[in-house]
Design a protein around this ligand. Structure first.
Ligand SMILES: Nc1ncnc2c1ncn2[C@@H]1O[C@H](COP(=O)(O)OP(=O)(O)OP(=O)(O)O)[C@@H](O)[C@H]1O
Ligand SMILES: [Mg+2]
Length: 329
């Protein structure tokens, strides 16, 4: 059932962001977290989230007109939807019974971040198929389709090959960023994502097969390893790969070209959604006709602008332009 129409205009530039596992990000900001004690937060913030939503925010900051299709549980949906629409986001909802999940993000003054991801209600095969049908119905050949993050309980990794095939069958170009628990199932072919953008730890786990990781680990050789991982993933038959490496920057590889971008210094407020903001900015610029190398620069500028503010993936267009001006060719 579609609650918010979000109908698309046949002529508008559009990035479709499909969000299968939305969450409300509840930010708790304090000086120091001491587990096992009673604390008082200095500040609380809440944002409608889910990693595809963060990517859509990154696209919006780059002049694209993203539409978010969200598989939203009914209980708590009102606030989620109203807040996202008030941001200026075009949202369509496929509704399922249950309560919207919530994630607690504790941000301490020394920069340490603790994330407690919530779990949503199980989604059955019928609801998943209907959600996917809704996505396919919105795709025009050549459109970018962004999908980032986890999948709800009830959606097994095997469903990923069906998702990739359905989007490819509709002519969509899928930009996929999901963890090592799901990504391998998306790369079994014959249809493949057009673009994947894992972080370094995820990329290395996907290539190693069977290893799961939860955080980015950045060492002195991070960009070298990111470049190796990007070319290793491209060898699996993916057109374009970017491997991000947190503050170290990123490496990219596409048909006939590759490169690295060292990270920029950023005064970080909320680092959650950095990779998604990157992907949203990259895809928006590709959709506008930028060369991959230049689109990657805009993507990095978007991630920098996103992490210096609170909203996951949200970025001010002026700040994106500022960071873009700091990146030399
Ligand atoms: N601390 C930081 N300082 C500067 N730039 C950063 C920092 N963290 C992230 N970035 C920028 O954002 C990009 C993506 O970050 P990262 O590799 O952490 O993504 P991620 O782990 O996928 O994040 P998420 O999954 O939360 O979206 C990096 O390539 C870099 O350009
Ligand atoms: Mg990520």
């Amino acid at each position: 059932m579609t609650l918010a129409p979000g109908g698309r205009n046949c002529c508008t530039l559009l990035v479709l962001a499909i969000c299968p596992n939305p969450t409300i990000d509840r930010l708790v900001i304090l000086d120091e977290l001491r587990p096992g004690t009673v604390e008082r937060a200095r500040e609380n913030r809440a944002y409608p989230a889910g990693k595809s939503v963060s990517a859509a925010r990154g696209s919006l900051a780059n002049g694209a007109r993203p539409q978010v299709l969200v598989l939203l549980l009914t209980d708590g949906a009102g606030w989620y939807l109203d807040t996202l629409v008030a941001e200026g986001m075009d949202v369509a909802v496929h509704s399922c019974p249950g309560r919207v999940r919530e994630s607690i993000i504790v941000l301490e003054d020394d920069g340490r971040v603790t994330v407690l991801n919530g779990t949503g209600a199980p989604v059955d095969a019928e609801a998943w198929d209907a959600f996917l049908d809704g996505a396919v119905a919105r795709i025009r050949p050549g459109d970018w389709v962004v999908c980032s993050g986890s999948f709800p309980p009830g959606v097994a990794p095997e469903a990923l090959s069906g998702l990739v095939a359905a989007i490819a069958g509709a002519g969509g170009r899928l930009a996929l960023d999901t963890g090592p628990a799901w990504m391998p199932a998306a790369l079994t072919g014959p249809a493949m994502p057009a673009l994947v953008t894992p972080n370094l730890a995820e990329a290395e786990a996907i290539l190693a097969e069977g290893v799961t990781v939860e955080h980015t680990w950045v060492g002195a050789d991070a960009l070298e390893r990111a470049a190796a991982a990007a070319s290793g993933l491209r060898a699996r038959g993916i057109d374009s790969v970017v491997v991000t490496a947190g503050s170290a920057g990123l490496a990219w590889s596409t048909e006939g070209a590759d490169g690295v971008l060292p990270g920029l210094p950023v005064d970080v407020r909320n680092p959650i959604g950095a990779g998604d903001a990157f992907m949203g900015g990259l895809v928006a610029r590709l959709e506008q006709g930028a060369e991959f190398a230049d689109a990657a620069r805009w993507g990095m500028a978007t991630s920098c602008a996103a992490i210096e503010q609170w909203s996951p993936g949200g970025a001010d267009a002026g700040r994106v332009a500022h960071f873009r001006s700091l990146i030399t060719a």
